[in-house]
Ligand binder design. Structure first.
Ligand code: SF4
Ligand code: SF4
Length: 442
């Protein structure tokens, strides 16, 4: 079987973002294959440790993906501050005889260095056009955990586990390998907090992750981290503001200073994303659709909302409000140009990670989260049928079936974009729901 089909059968999806099915990404040809090892979300410590622990596997997975798309060059982006990881990756690339094909480039410690379009620019000096994807400029981007999953797929191993950092205002920040489908609470319990009643939990990184509504959910292939903070923490109060509140506050308080725009990573790449204009449209009830379409250029990195705005407003949330309105009306942003130049001030306006961490009140919690080994034996696991972009997987098991670890339990619907799902632990199928399959473990 060729690599694309192995990856398809293994259910590999983008582990670092929206969960785009990886096999679909690798059907195109591109000049560059890029490895996103930036891990720019504060407190998360997954990729930097995976690249240290599984350097050979990640390098081989990246190489295989690169050869599949006929890339002439593979480039790995890692923040320069991770000196040991960089040294290890470089020495393993040389030892594996791949130095003429693959290189490691050092990234600056700024936010959002891991935004796909920022990464493409930093590694290749190419600018992905507005409302487009890296392929448009000859690049395919995968992240470190995805490359590891590609390597595993090469030997027939499906994606059954994910790596998660548990961090925040807790005694023991850790990073751990977790079977997909394990109850989130089982992972949270490892943090050393006896009673989590006074805490709120961010699902993912502190910048882009939403607040969890509760701990009743289950780990997915995309789960990357849980950040626990006291409910009164600035970040939790800020993330608790709903879209309607964000709209009302923004209408009354925006002073049009345009700091949100001047520091916006997409604006700095030369795109027309200008959040202050969207805020202006909100304040003055401007219904000029042309002006508002720019909201669709927002990557929701949250830099404007959590760092740039001196009035502590919510430009990203307002962008989301307008994105929804535009989608309802079927309006899509129409780029006015195809060639882009970065703004001349970009070099001076990158957001230093340390300052960002201080601004969002996380300096005290910006500590290592070492990888530890834990065997999870939950009573039940619940495997989501739609952990990815595309159509949900179709169950191929029925209630009462015995399943083995790694067995496919949901397949991609015919002629659709999607990803297969697998049992992460052996057991008996107890329930087949619309969106998930429940397995009694053991
Ligand atoms: S930074 Fe804040 S106050 Fe300034 S224009 Fe943007 S939303 Fe308005
Ligand atoms: S969230 Fe804010 S800073 Fe980030 S891309 Fe959107 S408008 Fe720009």
């Amino acid at each position: 079987m060729d690599l694309v089909n192995l990856i398809k059968d293994a259910g590999v999806i983008g582990a670092g973002g929206a969960g785009f099915p990886t096999h679909a990404k690798l059907t195109s040809k591109a000049e560059y294959i890029l490895l996103n090892g930036a891990e720019c979300e504060p407190l998360l410590r997954v990729d930097q440790q995976l690249m240290d622990l599984y350097a050979d596997e990640i390098i081989k997975g990246l190489e295989a993906a690169g050869r599949t798309i006929e890339a002439s060059k593979a480039v790995i982006g890692i923040k320069g501050k991770h000196k040991e990881v960089i040294a290890r990756m470089r020495s393993r690339i040389a030892a594996l005889g791949l130095a003429s094909y693959m290189e490691v480039m050092e990234l600056r410690d700024s936010y959002p260095a891991g935004d796909e379009q920022v990464l493409v620019y930093e590694l290749t000096q190419r600018i992905v056009p507005e409302a487009s994807i890296p392929l448009k400029v000859g690049c395919v981007v995968i992240n470190a955990e995805t490359a590891l999953n590609i390597f595993n797929a090469m030997s027939g191993k499906p994606v059954t586990h994910t790596y998660i950092t548990v961090a925040g205002d807790i005694p023991y920040p850790i990073t751990v390998k977790v079977p997909v489908g394990v109850p989130i609470i089982d992972v949270i319990r490892l943090c050393g907090v006896e009673n989590i009643d006074g805490y709120a939990i961010i699902d993912g990184g502190p910048m882009m992750g939403p607040l969890l509504n509760g701990v009743e959910g289950y780990v997915t292939k995309k789960s990357k981290g849980y950040v626990l903070l006291k409910k009164e923490h600035f970040l939790i109060r800020k993330k608790s503001v709903n879209l309607d509140q964000a709209r009302v506050i923004g209408r009354t308080a925006c002073e049009q200073c345009r700091m949100c725009t001047d520091l916006c990573p997409r604006y700095l790449l030369g795109h027309n994303m200008q959040p202050h204009k969207v805020m202006r449209a909100l304040s003055y009830n401007i219904e000029d659709i042309k002006e508002l379409q720019i909201a669709q250029l927002c990557c929701e990195c949250n830099a404007c909302e959590l760092f740039s705005c001196p009035a502590n407003l919510h430009p990203k949330s307002v962008n989301i409000i307008y994105k929804k309105k535009l989608a309802e009306q079927g309006i899509k942003y129409q780029p006015l140009q195809i060639d882009f130049q970065t703004r001349s001030a970009r070099e001076y306006r990158l957001i230093p990670s340390k300052r960002l961490v201080a601004k969002i009140g996380l300096t005290a919690f910006d500590v290592p989260a070492p990888m530890i080994q834990i065997e999870f034996r939950p009573s039940y696991i619940e495997i989501g049928l739609r952990q990815h972009i595309g159509a949900p997987a179709i169950p191929v098991v029925a209630v009462g079936d015995e399943v083995k670890e790694g067995q496919m339990i949901g397949r991609i619907p015919d002629n659709s974009l999607g990803a297969a799902v697998h049992a992460s632990l052996a057991g008996t199928v107890m329930e087949v729901k619309d969106n998930s399959i429940v397995i009694k473990v053991g």
